[in-house]
Design a protein around this ligand. Structure first.
Ligand code: ZN
Ligand code: ZN
Length: 431
């Protein structure tokens, strides 16, 4: 099974026998190997090791107690799905609540939501969904129309952190658990270290106490588990995952640091654990010795979430205001909306591109559509010349499922075109 991560990196795992017997229990065949040791293991030994590491981490940091209500930040990806599965297995009597934030990223958010619903149902965990579009009237995709257009991943991170924390406070949860793993934590430490941002390093830990009363404790129970092992865990347990990848998928600085870490791991298999230990046991205690008393955080005047901003308006509220000032931020049309546009208007101001292959196009396409078969998601740049002469037109795009054309729509909008994706194209094409 191939798993493509946001930003293009991918993992592959095939269920096959690596050794006749598990090298730990000498019993069933080994089907998985640990990334840090040369051990080949059977599924149950592999899972036992992961469970032990999670339990040990939870105990070391006293992450939560039996009577606590714990929110699980779910995204539809492998990390948070494995988090939910592992915690439920290790702590069957603890009260968990799944939280999903629908960020309004076209088809991707829909698919991720279905994956989250499936995992919660399977584990009998209740689910709370926060719909950004319904509640705040904005979506992550709206930021394409702002000067954040090349930093969508960073905006998305700000929004998610803010909303998970707000939801936990509003629902009165004691603890908020995220699926951050070893690779996440260590690459963020390295990234912050290189930027000289020691204040943030000090605050980044497997356990973060509330900044003020009413806030949930934030914990990262998977901080000792390498990312690849969470992926193996998710596949071995057939966890429902979104598999189409986020259409934004930017290459962020943190992803570059992760790649660097991967290179270093080839020389030294234990480098991630070593770095984790240096930061947690040496560097952060040293930084905390010199800690200033005041953290500088105050509640935002608009929403009450913590902020260090001098005008006391938090990052989320500022970004929301920015988007609200933009009136026209439509990216998709439903077939019904398309039908209401008069024919003359379509003829004068619109150009339609059918992104499917030539055969499908010839069998039946939207009236007036031109065929532009797109074979790969990479290098959309090479199509820019095709669209160049339609700068003054509205561009309607469609494909088989609406996924590829949605990505192309985002790409064109980023480059200043007025592009729209046709939602549910099959409805129009079958007529
Ligand atoms: Zn075994
Ligand atoms: Zn705010």
């Amino acid at each position: 099974m191939l798993y493509v991560k946001c930003g293009g990196q991918s993992f592959e795992f095939e269920r096959k026998v690596l050794a006749k017997h598990c090298q730990l229990c000498k019993g069933p065949p080994a089907i998985v190997s640990l990334s840090t040791q040369k051990l080949k293991l059977c599924q149950s030994c592999f899972e036992r090791i992961l469970e032990k590491r999670v339990l040990e981490g939870v105990k070391t940091f006293k992450m939560f107690k039996k009577h606590h209500r714990i929110g699980l930040c779910l995204s539809g990806g492998k990390d948070s799905a494995s988090l939910a599965h592992l915690l439920k297995k290790i702590f069957p009597d603890t009260q968990f609540l799944g939280i999903y934030i629908d960020l309004g990223i076209g088809y991707y958010s829909d698919q991720a939501r279905r994956a989250v619903e499936a995992i919660c149902e399977r584990l009998s965990i209740p689910l709370y969904v926060y719909d950004l579009r319904e509640k705040d009237g904005i979506s992550v995709d709206d930021f394409l129309f702002t000067n954040f257009r090349d930093k969508i991943c960073s905006v998305c991170g700000t929004i998610k952190r803010h909303l998970f924390s707000k939801v936990a406070r509003e629902l009165g949860l004691n603890v908020l658990a995220t699926g951050h793993h070893l690779d996440d934590l260590v690459s963020t430490y390295l990234q912050l270290f290189l930027a000289g941002d020691f204040e943030s390093i000090k605050r980044l830990a497997p356990y973060s106490p509330p900044l003020f009363e009413g806030q949930a404790v934030k914990v990262k129970p998977l901080y000792q588990i390498p990312e690849i092992e969470l992926y193996y865990y998710a596949v071995l347990n057939d966890l429902p995952l979104e598999s189409c990848g986020c259409p934004h998928g930017e290459i962020t600085p943190i992803k570059r640091t992760k790649n660097l870490l991967e290179e270093l791991s080839k020389e030294n298999r234990n480098i991630k654990f070593q770095l984790l230990s240096v930061f947690l046991n040496k560097f952060i205690p040293l930084l905390r010795e010199n800690q200033k008393e005041d953290s500088g955080f105050l509640p935002c005047l608009k929403c009450g979430e913590p902020t260090v901003s001098p005008n006391r308006i938090c990052g989320f509220c500022r970004r929301k205001e920015l988007v609200e000032r933009i009136e026209e931020r439509k990216l998709e049309l439903t077939p019904e909306e398309w039908d209401t546009i008069p024919a003359e208007e379509k003829a004068n101001n619109w150009v339609i591109f059918d992104l499917r292959d030539k055969d499908s196009f010839e069998k039946g396409a939207l009236t007036g559509a031109r065929n532009l078969p797109i074979e790969s998601l990479d290098n959309f740049e090479r199509y820019l010349k095709v669209f160049k002469s339609y700068r003054n037109k509205n561009i309607l795009l469609y494909c088989y499922t609406g996924r590829l054309s949605y990505r192309m729509t985002l790409f064109l909008c980023k480059h200043g075109f007025r592009a729209f994706n046709l939602r549910n194209p099959e409805k129009v094409l079958s007529n």
